[in-house]
Design a protein. Structure first.
Length: 257
């Protein structure tokens, strides 16, 4: 092996190394910071907003005894919210689904059978979402785009499956704990004094919890006294050109690639 060959080989190797380094530098520069920090897929827990606004959401998976009262209270305060409904609830209470839609509230998907979605494969995740979607569309003519996983349980497979069905996966950053039945005062305090309550918060409540209807007027009034506008989740989140930070807070991406 002569020296000229070695020099040529060495030069080629050096060039290849320089190309690899340049490509790596370009990728680092063009990849969003959030993707570099954590490669997990995250649902939307809250939203960075410039103005003081929040969203109230109700999970509907069991009874409907208080649904009419909740809708009446929301109408009284001229507030729009989001109802996440299971397939079983939709099937059992179709008139309530129609009433929610007619009142102008968001219709949200809460899965067909309220399963632990992180335990399911892609096909079953899609089936759990699509069945409710089709039933609600048949009842109301509306296409749903918001999905809340039962128990707040999710993984990358679920989020990818929901995204493929054109759904945004929604969690919450303020839990009213109304399902614990501690009383209306407890619900009001849990929401209004919550450490995470702020611009872009998503508040979790349930349509079937014992004291929710008693607490709701004070929750709404308290939020409004704090200066928050209450909007449905569809009006709170960004649907394009956004990033997620490690806490699940959605941000506008001012420099989309």
């Amino acid at each position: 092996m002569n020296r000229q060959y070695l020099r040529k080989t060495g030069t080629l190797v050096l060039c290849l190394l320089l190309v690899v380094a340049a490509v790596g530098a370009f990728q680092k520069k063009s990849t969003p910071a959030s993707a570099r920090v954590d490669s997990r897929k995250l649902p939307i827990y809250c939203v960075q907003t410039e103005t003081p606004k929040v969203a109230i959401s109700f999970d509907a998976a069991w009874g409907n005894e208080d649904t009419a009262d909740l809708l009446s209270i929301l109408d009284q305060y001229q507030v729009k919210t989001t109802f996440f409904m299971t397939g079983g609830w939709v099937e059992a209470y179709p008139d309530d689904v129609k009433a929610i839609a007619e009142a102008g509230h968001d219709l949200g998907n809460h899965s067909e059978n309220h399963k632990q979605m992180s335990q399911l494969g892609t096909a079953e995740c899609k089936e759990e979402i699509q069945k409710v979607h089709d039933r609600v569309k048949e009842l109301t003519g509306k296409e749903m785009t918001l999905f809340r996983p039962p128990y707040g349980d999710y993984n990358d497979t679920l989020i990818a499956a929901a995204n493929e069905l054109k759904y945004h996966v929604i969690q919450w950053d303020v839990d009213s704990l109304d399902w614990k039945d501690y009383g209306a005062d407890s619900i009001v305090s849990k929401v209004l004094d919550h450490e995470h309550l702020g611009n872009g918060s998503i508040i979790l409540m349930h349509n079937g919890a014992k004291y929710t209807k008693d607490a709701l007027p004070r929750v709404i009034a308290g939020l409004q006294e704090k200066g928050f506008e209450i909007v449905p989740i569809s009006e709170l989140i960004y649907t394009e050109n956004y990033e997620m930070d490690h806490e699940g807070r959605q941000h506008v991406n001012d420099n989309p690639t």
